[in-house]
Ligand binder design. Structure first.
Ligand code: H2U
Ligand code: ZN
Length: 357
């Protein structure tokens, strides 16, 4: 059966990483929309904001001072979700009321001293600095004996709950494997045990052969709208080499990771000519000291926007009660991202103004 036939009818797609199904309803994309329209927040245009707690030299909410940093800057979150010294407690009543303490460290990493410098507008050297900082944070946290997982993630934009427009990400390290990495871990291991190869290496080869959902690539990374994408413009960044974590990328690959991050985020911004909101993050090997040969480094982008800078997808109703569902097909989303181009719309506008003068 070919893909065209599938694209003409409601169908379910399987996510082999989480081992769950998603409903795709291609025939619904033309339905009318009279729902919520959000006002897009204006992108910051100032390089320094006196009231920003992440700008160099400013006071943070907790009373600490952000130093006058000149490249990237990492600090312990003043309001951490996890604490490193939590007493080990187990609570259990009849197998139904079950709880336990977890230890952890939460950090914030500023990408740049510049308040307005987002990933899509960074140059190669600045991007390399961010990639090196991630790799450094991963390996130093991984060396703490009780740390078994390190989650690096960025919330971009108010729609995704970012508390501040200054470009930054968070890093949470903890003593147990969180839900989603644990499910991916099981799937990657089971696939390796059954097929003696890597689920994501095999998936990448298939996507490259079929070329139906690839958005962009370089010598070390590929961006694809996964066959099982849930969010309208969800993408997956896969390393071409079977490498388990950021710290094991060599120098050339680190530059190429910066390159691919810049290119996919430019495409995102161009899609609706807005600072495209998203949550993104890396999935890497657990850090319990085991080799984890089944692990394959990747990043997920989960953007909420659906039709414009103001209309987002809501995960409600059927999604909350039954199964994820989408109308826009992953193939159409990939085609839209492909057409969005890699010259940032603000740079294009600036060039046009220059030409007119
Ligand atoms: P988000 O934008 O993704 O929410 O990340 C910002 C983090 O910064 C958030 O976790 C922390 C918040 O706890 N923060 C500080 O550590 N110090 C401050 O002065 C304000 C915010
Ligand atoms: Zn700032």
């Amino acid at each position: 059966m070919n893909l065209e036939k599938l694209l003409a009818t409601p169908h379910k797609r399987f996510n082999p990483l989480l081992r769950e199904w998603l409903l795709v309803s291609p025939q619904r994309t033309e339905r009318p929309w009279q729902g919520k329209v959000e006002q897009p927040p204006a992108a910051p245009s100032i390089t320094y904001d006196t009231s920003c707690y992440l700008c160099p030299g400013n006071q943070r909410a907790g009373g600490r001072q952000t130093p006058r940093y000149s490249e990237t800057y990492v600090f312990e979150n003043d309001f951490p979700a996890l604490l490193p010294e939590a007493e080990p407690l187990q609570y259990e009543k009849n197998g139904l009321l079950v709880a336990r303490t977890d230890r952890g460290l939460c950090r914030v990493l500023c990408f740049s001293p510049r308040h307005d410098l987002t990933i899509p507008r960074m140059n190669a050297r600045e991007l390399r600095g961010v990639v090196d900082a991630w790799a450094e944070q991963f390996s130093s946290l991984a060396q703490i004996p009780w740390v078994r997982h390190v989650q690096i993630f960025e919330n971009r934009g108010e729609l995704m709950g970012a508390s501040n427009p200054h470009p930054h990400c968070q890093i949470w390290a903890n003593a147990t494997l969180p839900n989603l990495p644990a499910r991916e871990d099981e799937s990657l291991r089971a696939y390796r045990a059954e097929k003696h190869s890597c689920l994501l290496c095999d998936y990448l080869q298939l996507e490259l052969q079929r070329n139906e959902r690839i958005v962009c690539q370089n010598d070390a990374f590929v961006v694809v709208v996964p066959f099982w994408a849930v969010w309208p413009f969800e993408t997956l960044i896969l390393s071409k080499r079977h490498v388990p974590s950021l710290d094991q990328l060599h120098s050339g690959e680190r530059d190429l990771l910066g390159d691919i991050l810049r290119r996919i985020t430019i495409r995102y911004d161009n899609l609706f000519e807005t600072a495209f909101p998203y949550s993104m993050g890396f999935h890497q090997r657990p850090t319990d000291g085991q080799p984890h040969e089944s692990w394959h480094l990747h990043a997920h982008y989960f953007p909420p926007l659906l039709r414009s800078a103001t209309v987002r997808k809501f995960m409600v109703g059927y999604e909350l009660l039954a199964s994820p569902q989408r109308d826009l097909t992953p193939e159409s989303a990939a085609a839209r991202l492909l057409a969005a181009g890699e010259t940032h719309y603000l740079a294009r506008a600036a060039n046009e103004n220059q030409r007119r003068k």
